[in-house]
Design a protein around this ligand. Structure first.
Ligand code: GLU
Length: 491
């Protein structure tokens, strides 16, 4: 028999923002499909009406698009298994639930919320077994009559009372549970909506999903899903459960550790490419290499199910910092300039600046995009000076020398035909020679005059180019005035 075409799905519930764990599921599902030349499907699981969050579906689309995780079928593009939104498939679930009732594998349950609540309280010991199967033995004719009369009910799955259920997971191996521990779970709720547990299985079957990939928090429910497949006589998919994501302290990743959603990571200044690369390694490794930088495109051929580990995956912000730096360093010039401009424009406002030079200076020095405004804030401020600032021991510079240097340099710089890197460089080199100064003195004096700082991103020449002729000369004159005014008193 020919191998079935691999079909995976991302099945988010639109209940809020996209967490790192959700995005990892989406990524792995996408990659498993791509590696095999299969199909990746987006399905919206919106049956829990109380937990729906407005805008959540749009956020899912946006995140997937930003990350380059493109689906082949989904609510927005359709496909052979449409509709792809569960709330539009209610008659389907109803039909399958009724089939189960007819064949004696499910039953209507009329227990009130109050009864279930008191049951829950009574059972709060070690051996909680959930619903006590109170309605399981109601005669089908009686049940039908009660439904006819309009009594509220849910439909529950009949779990086997004896024996064990086993299933095999591609990551966690064979898992066996005692059937006694399985609750007769609700398949259809009293509002007519299916539970996640039921709709998910029905849809995975009807949509031809071959690999069910999701977080390990679903592992304990999988025996119940497996029993549904068996009851219907459907082919069981390959289960791929993904390890827990923890912080560096080994505890489940949470707000306490830092940003935990895609949007928060973007907000914190990380690039989508770096986030995706980082997330790819949350539970997966390529095996034959220690290399950790993989673009999405590279992952699309390198990813393997066998490389997924069940050991908890550690989310390290330090590692993400490092990855982000790598992506910034390797980014095409134009893309980087545009990104820097986006941050810098709001800061520089009407003050002209050289974006290309600023981007060049920041490229090797930026960890997170969100650091940029702070790093460059001084460039839009008028520097303030102190005489002591000009004492650079290593360069043997002091305030008097700095004043001499600036006094000689300002007219020459004013006379420069063109204010560019090469011209400024040549002029400063010339000054070093003609004034018989050390390079450190000249560069130090100019840098201090332009910034009021001894340490800056970029040196004297870069700063002069970034700030442009007018601002640079104005700062240099201010510095000279300051040094002249304070001349006698403090040396
Ligand atoms: N709707 C479930 C969730 O958002 C899907 C879990 C699954 O992939 O089966 O977690």
């Amino acid at each position: 028999m020919a191998e079935a075409i691999v079909r995976t799905r991302f099945a988010p519930s639109p209940t809020g923002i996209m967490h790192i764990g959700n995005l990892r599921s989406a990524l792995y599902e996408y990659l498993i499909a791509r590696v095999a030349g299969g199909h990746f499907i987006l399905r919206i699981e919106d049956t829990d009406r109380e937990r729906l969050v407005e805008g959540a579906v749009e956020a899912i689309y946006k995140t997937l698009r930003t990350c380059g995780i493109h689906h082949d079928e989904g609510p927005d593009i359709g496909g052979p298994s449409a509709p792809y939104v569960q709330s539009e498939r209610l008659p389907i679930y109803r039909r399958y639930a009724n089939d189960l009732v007819k064949q004696g594998d499910a039953y209507p349950c009329f227990c009130s919320i109050e009864r279930l609540a008191s049951l829950h309280e009574e059972q709060s010991g070690d051996d909680f077994i959930g619903y006590d199967r109170h309605c399981r033995e109601i005669d089908p004719a009686e049940a039908a009559a009660r439904i006819e009369k309009g009594e509220q009910y849910v439909i529950r799955q009949k779990m086997p009372l004896l024996g064990e259920t086993s299933f095999s997971d591609a990551v966690y191996g064979t898992i066996t549970v005692d059937n006694k521990t399985l609750e007769d779970q609700v398949l259809i709720k009293s509002d007519g909506y299916p539970t996640y547990n039921f709709a998910n299985v029905v849809d995975d079957h009807l949509m031809g999903i071959t690999h069910v990939v999701r977080g390990s928090e679903y592992l304990s429910s999988t025996p119940k899903y497996n029993l549904l497949y068996e009851t219907f006589g459907w082919e069981i998919p390959v289960y791929v459960h993904l390890p827990l994501i923890v912080g560096e302290d080994g505890r489940k990743l949470s707000k306490r550790h830092g940003a935990t959603s895609f949007d928060e990571l973007i907000e914190a200044g990380y690039l989508p490419e770096a986030i995706i690369n980082m997330i790819a390694f949350l539970g997966w490794s390529p095996g034959n290499t220690t290399r950790e930088n993989f673009t999405l495109e590279e992952l699309e051929s390198a990813f393997t199910i066998s490389g997924i580990s069940k050991a908890p995956a550690v989310f390290s912000y330090k590692k993400l910092d490092w990855m982000n730096e790598q992506y910034i360093k390797n980014m095409p010039e134009d893309t980087w300039i545009a990104m820097v401009k986006e941050k810098a424009d709001t800061l520089f406002k009407d003050q002209p600046y050289d974006a290309a030079m600023l981007a060049r200076v920041l490229k090797e020095r930026t960890t997170r995009l969100s650091d940029i405004p702070d790093t460059i804030a001084f460039m839009v401020e008028t520097p303030t000076y102190a005489r002591d600032l000009f004492k650079l021991k290593r360069a043997k510079l002091n305030a008097e020398k700095a004043a001499d240097i600036l006094a000689a340099l300002i007219p020459d710089m004013e006379a420069l035909q063109s204010w560019d890197e090469a011209s400024i460089h040549d002029l400063l080199e010339q000054t070093i020679a003609t004034q018989n100064r050390k390079k450190g003195e000249i560069m130090g004096a100019v840098r201090l005059a332009l910034s009021g700082r001894t340490v800056t991103p970029g040196g004297a020449i870069e700063l002069a180019v970034i700030l442009g002729r007018d601002v640079s000369l104005s700062h240099m004159k201010n510095a000279l005035d300051f040094l002249n005014e304070t001349d006698v008193t403090s040396e």
